[in-house]
Design a binder for this molecule. Structure first.
Ligand code: NA7
Length: 290
């Protein structure tokens, strides 16, 4: 495959997928795109991407196919469902940037390899929309080293760091580790900001004030002040955070790992979703304390 001209596909142009697809276009890759809701394709097509009618059509036009969709069910449908990627023929590499079950990932990769001669890289990301817009994500990848090296020049357009963790599933497991820290920080941050407010301190100032001490984190830097202001701009859905916590719990069960802190975070996040906050930005989690 030629680095520069590798025909590339992108499926799932949501909050994360859209800026990621634009980075590939900017780097000059011929790009074919599909999104379940076609309206979201316009920025990519304005940048020269070709719209396709189905995941199968994206795969037919591409050697490497990127996915960035909500959950395990969506990935399974896009790969194996009607007009899915597997209808397009053998010899492709699928790079999945979605955050999904590591257990299902291993099964999808084996099914793709054994039945369809399609290779699979699990490549979940961290860095959020801000990182995606700058092409500065971190990618945790699981897959065959040969496939990883083929995909590296393309993934490097989206990511400052592209880390090969091991076999299929290890990328997703690493993302779960990342989310253990991120989700517990979000939940604790809401509690802390509420304590500041109730104690008569301007909570919007707290992230700046804590920035030089042990309490600092990227979550505090990027979301603390926004959470204190109840800024509702959508940068990542609370329902997606809930999905990640459920995946962590499932992995804990599978690996017999006790995760009591994540258990509390999961139930608090579920309470927020039950209170109608699922389609709000994750910063709105603080509202369960209001
Ligand atoms: P978004 O902005 O909610 O985007 C989700 C994308 O997934 C969007 O393109 C959706 O299409 C697509 N989607 C969801 N379900 C399906 C099904 N069943 N079939 C096809 N396409 C689907 O989320 P983010 O961009 O923030 O996150 C994406 C992933 O990265 C997620 O795993 C995060 O945890 C990390 P739609 O536009 O709704 O038609």
């Amino acid at each position: 495959m030629s680095d520069v001209l590798t025909p590339t596909g992108f499926i799932g142009l949501g909050l994360m997928g859209q800026p990621m697809s634009l980075e590939l276009r900017e780097a000059g890759y011929p790009l074919t795109v599909w999104n379940r809701t076609p309206d979201k394709l316009s920025k990519a097509t304005d940048a020269g991407a070709h719209p396709a009618k189905s995941p199968a059509a994206v795969a037919a036009a591409s050697e490497i196919i990127f996915l960035c969709v909500t959950d395990t069910e969506a990935v399974e449908k896009i790969l194996f469902g009607h007009h899915g990627v597997t209808e397009s023929g053998p010899g492709k590499i699928v790079v999945d940037h979605s955050t999904i079950s590591p257990i299902a990932t291993v099964e999808f990769a084996a099914r793709l390899r054994d039945k369809y001669d399609i290779r699979f890289i699990d490549a979940p990301v961290t860095g959020g929309v801000a990182g995606a817009v700058k092409g500065a994500l971190t990618v945790f990848a699981g897959g065959d080293p040969v496939d990883i090296e083929i995909a590296r020049p393309l993934i490097s357009c989206l990511a400052d760091k592209f880390l090969h963790m091991g076999d299929n599933g290890t990328g997703q497991t690493t993302k779960m580790c990342n989310q253990v820290m991120v989700m517990n920080t979000f939940v604790t941050m809401a509690e802390m900001l509420k304590l500041a407010e109730n104690g008569g301190v301007d909570a919007t100032q707290i992230p700046k004030i804590l920035a030089d001490g042990f309490a600092n984190s990227r979550v505090l830097e990027l979301f603390g002040e926004r959470m204190a202001r109840r800024d509702s701009e959508i940068t990542g859905l609370l329902a997606v955070a809930q999905k990640d916590l459920d995946l962590i719990q499932a992995l804990g069960k599978e690996t017999s790992t006790a995760l009591p802190m994540c258990g509390t975070a999961t139930e608090l996040m579920r309470l927020a979703v039950a209170n109608g906050l699922g389609n709000s930005d994750i910063t709105q989690f603080i509202k369960i304390y209001d």
